[in-house]
Design a protein around this ligand. Structure first.
Ligand SMILES: Cc1cc2nc3c(=O)[nH]c(=O)nc-3n(C[C@H](O)[C@H](O)[C@H](O)COP(=O)(O)O)c2cc1C
Length: 188
Protein backbone atom coordinates (compact mmCIF):
# COMPACT_ATOMS: atom_id res chain seq x y z
CA UNK A 1 0.00 0.00 0.00
CA UNK A 2 1.33 3.43 -0.95
CA UNK A 3 2.20 5.90 1.80
CA UNK A 4 0.50 9.32 1.58
CA UNK A 5 2.45 12.53 2.20
CA UNK A 6 1.23 12.79 5.79
CA UNK A 7 2.16 9.19 6.57
CA UNK A 8 -1.46 8.09 6.60
CA UNK A 9 -2.30 4.77 5.04
CA UNK A 10 -5.65 3.96 3.59
CA UNK A 11 -7.44 0.71 4.11
CA UNK A 12 -10.94 -0.37 3.28
CA UNK A 13 -13.30 -3.21 3.95
CA UNK A 14 -16.17 -4.26 1.73
CA UNK A 15 -19.23 -6.02 3.04
CA UNK A 16 -21.61 -8.14 0.97
CA UNK A 17 -20.32 -8.01 -2.60
CA UNK A 18 -18.34 -5.82 -4.99
CA UNK A 19 -19.31 -2.47 -6.53
CA UNK A 20 -20.02 -3.99 -9.90
CA UNK A 21 -23.73 -4.68 -9.39
CA UNK A 22 -26.74 -2.62 -10.51
CA UNK A 23 -26.74 -0.21 -7.51
CA UNK A 24 -26.71 3.43 -8.59
CA UNK A 25 -27.44 5.55 -5.50
CA UNK A 26 -24.51 6.15 -3.18
CA UNK A 27 -24.39 7.85 0.20
CA UNK A 28 -21.04 8.91 1.63
CA UNK A 29 -20.95 9.60 5.36
CA UNK A 30 -17.86 11.70 6.04
CA UNK A 31 -16.47 12.38 9.50
CA UNK A 32 -13.57 14.83 9.34
CA UNK A 33 -13.45 18.47 10.47
CA UNK A 34 -10.90 19.73 7.91
CA UNK A 35 -11.75 20.45 4.30
CA UNK A 36 -8.05 20.19 3.32
CA UNK A 37 -7.58 16.75 4.84
CA UNK A 38 -6.76 13.46 3.20
CA UNK A 39 -10.24 12.28 4.14
CA UNK A 40 -11.89 15.16 2.28
CA UNK A 41 -9.72 14.51 -0.77
CA UNK A 42 -10.68 10.85 -0.71
CA UNK A 43 -14.34 11.78 -0.41
CA UNK A 44 -14.06 14.17 -3.38
CA UNK A 45 -12.22 11.59 -5.48
CA UNK A 46 -14.84 8.98 -4.61
CA UNK A 47 -17.71 11.31 -5.57
CA UNK A 48 -16.03 12.01 -8.91
CA UNK A 49 -15.37 8.34 -9.55
CA UNK A 50 -18.89 7.22 -8.62
CA UNK A 51 -20.47 9.93 -10.79
CA UNK A 52 -18.33 8.88 -13.74
CA UNK A 53 -19.78 5.39 -13.25
CA UNK A 54 -23.35 6.70 -13.39
CA UNK A 55 -24.08 6.94 -9.67
CA UNK A 56 -26.17 9.60 -8.02
CA UNK A 57 -24.27 10.64 -4.93
CA UNK A 58 -25.26 12.27 -1.63
CA UNK A 59 -22.72 13.24 1.01
CA UNK A 60 -23.46 13.58 4.72
CA UNK A 61 -20.51 15.73 5.80
CA UNK A 62 -21.12 15.44 9.53
CA UNK A 63 -18.91 18.34 10.71
CA UNK A 64 -20.22 20.66 7.98
CA UNK A 65 -23.76 19.68 9.01
CA UNK A 66 -22.88 20.39 12.64
CA UNK A 67 -24.26 16.95 13.37
CA UNK A 68 -25.57 16.54 16.91
CA UNK A 69 -23.92 13.34 18.14
CA UNK A 70 -25.74 12.94 21.47
CA UNK A 71 -28.72 10.72 22.08
CA UNK A 72 -31.15 12.53 24.40
CA UNK A 73 -34.82 12.50 25.33
CA UNK A 74 -35.59 15.43 23.00
CA UNK A 75 -34.72 13.03 20.13
CA UNK A 76 -38.12 11.47 20.77
CA UNK A 77 -40.87 14.02 20.25
CA UNK A 78 -43.54 11.75 21.71
CA UNK A 79 -41.87 11.54 25.15
CA UNK A 80 -43.44 13.73 27.84
CA UNK A 81 -41.36 15.74 30.31
CA UNK A 82 -42.31 13.61 33.32
CA UNK A 83 -42.06 10.19 31.72
CA UNK A 84 -39.16 7.93 32.74
CA UNK A 85 -37.39 6.93 29.57
CA UNK A 86 -35.72 3.74 28.41
CA UNK A 87 -33.70 5.00 25.45
CA UNK A 88 -34.17 1.67 23.69
CA UNK A 89 -37.96 1.71 24.02
CA UNK A 90 -38.26 5.44 23.33
CA UNK A 91 -36.25 4.99 20.15
CA UNK A 92 -38.53 2.18 18.95
CA UNK A 93 -41.73 4.05 19.81
CA UNK A 94 -40.56 7.28 18.20
CA UNK A 95 -39.57 5.41 15.05
CA UNK A 96 -42.95 3.65 14.83
CA UNK A 97 -44.91 6.84 15.58
CA UNK A 98 -42.75 8.97 13.24
CA UNK A 99 -41.78 11.14 16.19
CA UNK A 100 -38.03 11.25 15.55
CA UNK A 101 -36.34 14.60 14.93
CA UNK A 102 -35.96 15.97 11.40
CA UNK A 103 -32.19 15.52 11.27
CA UNK A 104 -32.47 11.82 12.12
CA UNK A 105 -35.33 11.24 9.68
CA UNK A 106 -33.38 12.95 6.91
CA UNK A 107 -30.43 10.60 7.45
CA UNK A 108 -32.73 7.58 7.53
CA UNK A 109 -34.29 8.71 4.25
CA UNK A 110 -30.80 8.95 2.70
CA UNK A 111 -30.03 5.42 3.89
CA UNK A 112 -33.28 4.12 2.41
CA UNK A 113 -32.45 5.86 -0.87
CA UNK A 114 -28.89 4.52 -1.09
CA UNK A 115 -27.88 1.19 -2.58
CA UNK A 116 -24.31 1.76 -1.49
CA UNK A 117 -23.16 3.47 1.72
CA UNK A 118 -19.55 4.52 2.18
CA UNK A 119 -18.16 5.56 5.55
CA UNK A 120 -15.12 7.82 5.17
CA UNK A 121 -13.18 8.67 8.34
CA UNK A 122 -9.77 8.70 10.06
CA UNK A 123 -9.01 6.13 12.74
CA UNK A 124 -9.08 8.01 16.05
CA UNK A 125 -8.07 6.06 19.11
CA UNK A 126 -8.65 2.72 17.43
CA UNK A 127 -12.15 3.70 16.39
CA UNK A 128 -14.31 6.10 14.43
CA UNK A 129 -14.51 9.81 15.41
CA UNK A 130 -17.15 10.42 18.09
CA UNK A 131 -19.31 12.43 15.68
CA UNK A 132 -19.74 9.34 13.49
CA UNK A 133 -20.42 7.09 16.46
CA UNK A 134 -23.13 9.60 17.40
CA UNK A 135 -24.55 9.37 13.89
CA UNK A 136 -24.98 5.62 14.38
CA UNK A 137 -26.36 6.10 17.90
CA UNK A 138 -29.09 8.46 16.69
CA UNK A 139 -29.82 7.37 13.12
CA UNK A 140 -29.86 3.61 13.64
CA UNK A 141 -33.14 3.64 15.57
CA UNK A 142 -34.79 0.66 17.16
CA UNK A 143 -37.10 -0.75 14.49
CA UNK A 144 -35.16 0.91 11.68
CA UNK A 145 -31.77 -0.80 12.02
CA UNK A 146 -32.21 -3.34 14.79
CA UNK A 147 -34.82 -4.91 17.00
CA UNK A 148 -36.86 -8.09 17.17
CA UNK A 149 -36.43 -10.21 14.07
CA UNK A 150 -33.34 -8.37 12.75
CA UNK A 151 -31.61 -9.13 10.52
CA UNK A 152 -34.51 -10.10 8.26
CA UNK A 153 -34.46 -11.01 4.57
CA UNK A 154 -36.49 -7.87 3.87
CA UNK A 155 -34.91 -5.39 6.31
CA UNK A 156 -33.68 -2.17 4.72
CA UNK A 157 -30.03 -3.23 4.86
CA UNK A 158 -30.48 -6.65 3.31
CA UNK A 159 -29.83 -5.51 -0.26
CA UNK A 160 -27.41 -2.65 0.38
CA UNK A 161 -23.65 -2.66 0.19
CA UNK A 162 -21.37 -0.88 2.62
CA UNK A 163 -17.76 0.18 2.31
CA UNK A 164 -15.58 1.43 5.14
CA UNK A 165 -12.84 3.79 3.96
CA UNK A 166 -10.61 4.54 6.92
CA UNK A 167 -7.27 6.36 7.01
CA UNK A 168 -4.72 5.47 9.66
CA UNK A 169 -1.62 7.09 11.11
CA UNK A 170 0.35 4.05 12.24
CA UNK A 171 2.31 1.83 9.90
CA UNK A 172 0.21 -0.69 8.06
CA UNK A 173 2.17 -3.61 9.53
CA UNK A 174 0.93 -2.61 13.01
CA UNK A 175 -2.58 -3.65 11.99
CA UNK A 176 -1.94 -7.36 12.10
CA UNK A 177 -3.92 -9.63 14.37
CA UNK A 178 -0.77 -10.19 16.46
CA UNK A 179 -0.01 -6.52 17.11
CA UNK A 180 -1.41 -4.41 19.97
CA UNK A 181 -3.16 -2.25 17.37
CA UNK A 182 -5.04 -5.28 16.04
CA UNK A 183 -6.46 -5.78 12.56
CA UNK A 184 -8.96 -3.21 11.22
CA UNK A 185 -11.27 -6.16 10.52
CA UNK A 186 -11.51 -6.67 14.26
CA UNK A 187 -11.35 -2.99 15.29
CA UNK A 188 -14.19 -1.89 13.04
C1 LIG B 1 -7.44 12.21 18.01
C2 LIG B 1 -6.62 11.33 17.09
C3 LIG B 1 -6.51 9.98 17.37
C4 LIG B 1 -5.79 9.14 16.50
N1 LIG B 1 -5.72 7.80 16.77
C5 LIG B 1 -5.09 6.97 15.90
C6 LIG B 1 -5.07 5.56 16.12
O1 LIG B 1 -5.60 5.03 17.08
N2 LIG B 1 -4.41 4.78 15.22
C7 LIG B 1 -3.79 5.31 14.13
O2 LIG B 1 -3.23 4.56 13.35
N3 LIG B 1 -3.81 6.63 13.88
C8 LIG B 1 -4.45 7.49 14.74
N4 LIG B 1 -4.49 8.83 14.49
C9 LIG B 1 -3.89 9.34 13.22
C10 LIG B 1 -4.97 9.54 12.15
O3 LIG B 1 -5.66 8.34 11.87
C11 LIG B 1 -4.37 10.11 10.87
O4 LIG B 1 -3.72 11.30 11.19
C12 LIG B 1 -5.43 10.34 9.82
O5 LIG B 1 -5.94 9.10 9.40
C13 LIG B 1 -4.87 11.10 8.62
O6 LIG B 1 -5.94 11.51 7.80
P1 LIG B 1 -6.36 13.07 7.68
O7 LIG B 1 -5.16 13.78 7.10
O8 LIG B 1 -7.54 13.10 6.77
O9 LIG B 1 -6.67 13.57 9.07
C14 LIG B 1 -5.16 9.69 15.35
C15 LIG B 1 -5.27 11.06 15.09
C16 LIG B 1 -5.97 11.88 15.95
C17 LIG B 1 -6.08 13.37 15.64
Amino acid sequence: MKKKKNQANVTNKMTNSSLTSQSKNALIVLAHPESHSLNHSLMEATVKDLKSKGYQVKVSDLYAMNWDAFVKRSDFKNVTEVQAVSMLEASGRAYTEKALTEDVMEEQAKIEWADLIIFQFPLWWYSMPAILKGWFDRVFSNGFAYGFGFPRDDDIFSKKKALIMVTIGAEEKRFSRKDAYCSTDVLL
